[in-house]
Design a protein around this ligand. Structure first.
Ligand code: GTP
Length: 240
């Protein structure tokens, strides 16, 4: 990457489904390895990287509740799924030579550290990737809300939401050929147009705390580095 990165500390939100790749369930080693290399590039350019990972590739509380399970139990299973994903990412990122610490919002000390904000910030300052797992530690909150919360807590300069589409569109680009990508939007516009970027709790948290968000296509090699370098031609920026 040429020049100085435009951001110093980022929080990258990865959905659980993103880790499946071509699989129907679970974790694709190809995807975790690809992500590890992308993240390594960013770390090497001197940017601090925190991750929040979802769990939908394993369990999703809402889906389990629809099938009849108690919602809180389902959400606990979903939160544990995010810890599993966090460990898989930790392994993949460490294998490319970048130190990682996984923290969990649910206490599970034998497996990983507890979420302690000040410790997480120290890890970031030391060039370690910090993976925040177990969501917010509470049922009924999405991992997008957890990402918004952690981005605010660690004073991230930019939150990135990795998706399968290269930004936010006026309509579903797979169904509407004339759908147009927004280069930028305010949270209020995204909320009033019901663009479905994230759930409303996450959007309002970001809006009220001035979090800068970029929605981008995680499958595009080099996209993360380009965005961090200040390239505005990729993804959609959302701001207050
Ligand atoms: P420094 O304070 O900068 O040295 O950070 P550090 O993370 O290297 O030091 P620490 O002694 O806290 O941790 C050493 C190792 O133990 C790291 O791999 C941590 O992730 C891990 N570790 C720390 N606390 C816990 C915990 O509560 N549970 C688990 N499972 N591992 C932990």
């Amino acid at each position: 990457m040429s020049g100085k990165p435009a951001f110093q500390r980022i929080l990258l939100k990865l959905s659980g489904e993103a880790l499946m790749g071509q699989l129907n369930f679970g974790i694709s080693p190809d995807v975790t390895s690809f992500l590890a290399h992308e993240i390594k590039g960013v770390i090497e350019s001197g940017v601090q990287v925190a991750l929040v990972v979802g769990g939908g590739n394993i369990f999703r509380g809402e889906g389990l509740a629809r099938a009849g399970m108690d919602r809180v139990t389902g959400d606990h299973m979903g939160m544990l799924a995010t810890v599993i994903n966090g460990l898989a990412l930790q392994d993949a990122i460490e294998r490319v030579g970048v130190p990682v610490r996984v923290q969990s919002a649910l206490r599970i000390n034998e497996v990983c550290e507890d979420y302690i904000r000040r410790k997480a910030v120290r890890h970031l300052e030391k060039g370690r990737v910090v993976i925040f797992s177990a969501g917010t530690g509470n049922p009924f909150f999405t991992t997008d809300s957890a990402a918004a919360l952690r981005a605010i807590e660690i004073n991230a300069d930019l939150m990135l939401k990795a998706t399968k589409v290269d930004g936010i569109y006026t309509a579903d680009p797979k169904k509407h050929a004339d759908a147009r990508r927004y280069e930028e939007l305010t949270y209020d516009e995204a909320l009033s147009k019901r663009l479905g970027v994230m759930d409303q709790t996450a959007m309002v948290l970001c809006r009220d705390h001035g979090v800068r968000l970029c929605v981008y296509d995680m499958d595009r090699p080099g996209a993360l580095q380009a965005i961090i370098g200040g390239d505005l031609s990729i993804g959609t920026r959302v701001h207050t």
